[in-house]
Ligand binder design. Sequence first.
Ligand SMILES: Cc1cc2nc3c(=O)[nH]c(=O)nc-3n(C[C@H](O)[C@H](O)[C@H](O)COP(=O)(O)OP(=O)(O)OC[C@H]3O[C@@H](n4cnc5c(N)ncnc54)[C@H](O)[C@@H]3O)c2cc1C
Length: 414
Amino acid sequence: MFDFLLTKEQKTLRDEAREFVKSIPKKMILDMDADKIQFPKEFLQEAGKRNLMGCRYPEKWGGRGMDWVSTCMVMQEIGVLGYIFACTFGVGAELVCDAIILHGTDAQKEKYVKPLLKGEIFAAECLTEPRGGSDFFGTTTTAQDKGDHFLLNGEKRFIVGGEGADYFLVYARTDPDAEPRKGISCFLVDRTDGVKSQYLYGLMGCRGGGAARMVFSNVKVAKQNLLGRLNQGVDIFNTMMIPERLGTAAMTIGAAAPAVAVATGYTSKRKAFGLPVAAFQGVSFQVAEAVTLLDASRAMIYATARAVDEQIDEKQIRRLVSQSKKFVTESCQKAVHNAMQVMGGIGYTNIYPVERIFRDLRLASIWTGTNEVMSMIIANEWYKEHGHNKKTCAIRDMEEDAAEAHAADEKIFE
Ligand SMILES: Cc1cc2nc3c(=O)[nH]c(=O)nc-3n(C[C@H](O)[C@H](O)[C@H](O)COP(=O)(O)OP(=O)(O)OC[C@H]3O[C@@H](n4cnc5c(N)ncnc54)[C@H](O)[C@@H]3O)c2cc1C
């Protein structure tokens, strides 16, 4: 539907991504959902061989020198396989590597980005702690400076790729006395002595992505594995919020769309009262709503991707990516809800994939920052942009466009 926005080069990449999606055996999808596969290494290896990961990074580091619009398009295509495929694809290549590309040294890019994009090694991102995920700046994992290395101690949980990854992007407190935002640093931690992953969660959906609890006990981290500046992990955290939220939004659309397609086919054939159920507006209007929500979501992510590519004001980008994450994940969940509803009882069974998609997509509004946290950021940025000191509209003072606008005595605020 939005293919008209894509360049020739992007369409070629889209077709390559589709070929890849077609090549994945059904058995892998089912085995992951059944927890028979704990981490889909073969899937990532093949994506790497086809050079599909990290397309927006410079060719020098294994990307294709493309942009955020291209990334959103690829994430949508991969999402079609299932949400967890896009999660594992995204976490290593689009999140962890994004941080290294933007903040890392050339040596770090050589060692950690290049082989990951080729599908030779795997990575996970460790923000959330058992203590909590929303309050990121309350991080209690510590990394003590021991002269020639840092000593890392702490626990993280729900880490996609925790089981399977070769290295981890870990945030830890390096200055316990500094104010919360100023005392956290970011590290690239190899799976060495003291790094333990436990695959222990009975997940509702999104199984097979290696989601694990990570325990770091007296792990020696080499000084050169500090990513970015000491105590300035916040810089990395801030830039990572773009791939976290925009990437999540894009892949959610791809993961939801098959449910709507299946429901459209089913309701065209299924009869009740002698008619295809799609002939009843109670049914077709729910499909109409689902399709509208998917297209509105696509419009939103492509507009946001353009905003990131054009490097507009960073505060506006923060609001736009948060809005995209919230609006798109909730819209897609509603679209899948409608898809299941119009299929009746069969939609609730594993005769069709809609129930798996429904389970998987529930994660979308929880991970990479809950949607309540998104609302917090949106409200915060919006009020800063348009607070009480600013005019109600930049073009003209709209507040004055009322017959009794002069009635100052009625404008009571306290
Ligand atoms: C399957 C899965 C995969 C995940 N993958 C990763 C991963 O790879 N890496 C990683 O680091 N994390 C990962 N997460 C963690 C995820 O990002 C966190 O679960 C999420 O950020 C919420 O943190 P929490 O679970 O600690 O909830 P809490 O922070 O305890 O929040 C509980 C509730 O309180 C609400 N809340 C908290 N603070 C506020 C506030 N100020 N205003 C309004 N409401 C608020 C939250 O929205 C939520 O509804 C994953 C989670 C799951 C389930």
